[in-house]
Write a protein that binds this ligand. Structure first.
Ligand code: C5P
Length: 233
């Protein structure tokens, strides 16, 4: 499967989102809209980006009772998004409810990804939560739980991709943020890998934000990341 590049559209308004998508043009076909932008401007931004013919990853990390998640995924699916996220910690019934809601869209069904443990958490947080496992055991267990209940894949760090591929099998989508081309600013990301590393490890989608959005020429930054991704196939 060809690894796809997704650009994290981390901007503050619909106008800014549209300006970036226009500026980047055909160098990028897939955009991630996150909780911050969606909470600020709502579904209008999804429609605005889709009007340019782009695919959408709507990353809202749903975590609620199954019925609520099912209805939220129905609303998300009606926006015509391609990928969306839930928390694996919502359990098997919530995962099933999300997938069942997605499947009502037939061929246009959004794929469901699970977030296992947020990368902002560490072993101390696991201990605080009373989880008596190591971080990697917990990440693997939650990934298995979600994918064993209909979820299509997980969001994980490039450092976890190889382990997740082994745990979840060949079909799982493995979507990885924390990607930085060699020489790019790392920002607040702690565990980064280059695009080539992530592709070789088995990522199906790379999520890249600032190295593209903040580049002087975002389209050419995106093209050079795609060239690096192509070069290691
Ligand atoms: O700018 P940068 O390339 O770091 O953007 C990465 C994007 O992926 C951001 O939207 C960030 O919120 C998201 N993300 C992440 N790490 C995770 C999950 C999501 O960086 N574990």
């Amino acid at each position: 499967m060809k690894t796809e590049l997704i650009v994290a559209l981390d901007v503050a308004s619909v106008e800014e989102a549209v300006a970036k998508v226009k500026q980047i043009g055909d160098a990028v076909t897939f955009y991630k809209i996150g909780l911050e932008l969606y909470s600020a401007v709502g579904p209008d931004v999804v429609k605005a980006v889709k009007d340019f013919g782009k695919k959408i990853f709507l990353d809202l990390k749903l975590h609620d009772i199954p019925r609520t998640v099912e209805r939220a995924v129905k609303s998300i699916g009606s926006l015509g998004v391609d990928l969306t996220t839930i928390h694996a910690a919502g359990g098997r019934a919530m995962a099933r409810a999300a997938k069942d809601a997605a499947l009502t869209f037939g061929e246009r069904a959004p794929k469901i990804l699970a977030v296992t443990m947020l990368t902002s958490l560490d072993q101390t947080d696991l201990d605080d939560l009373g989880i008596g496992r190591s971080m990697s055991e917990q990440v693997a267990a939650l990934g298995k739980l979600a994918c064993g209940n209909g979820v299509d894949g997980v969001v994980c760090s490039p450092k976890e991709v190889a382990m997740m591929r082994q745990t979840l099998g060949a079909e799982a989508l493995l979507v990885t943020p924390g990607v930085r081309p060699a020489g790019a600013a790392v920002g607040d990301q702690k565990r980064v890998a280059t695009p080539a590393d992530a592709v070789r490890a088995g990522s199906t989608h790379l999520v890249v934000g600032r190295p593209i959005l903040q580049a002087e020429d975002p389209a050419s930054a995106a093209r050079s990341i795609r060239a690096e991704m192509e070069s290691c196939r």
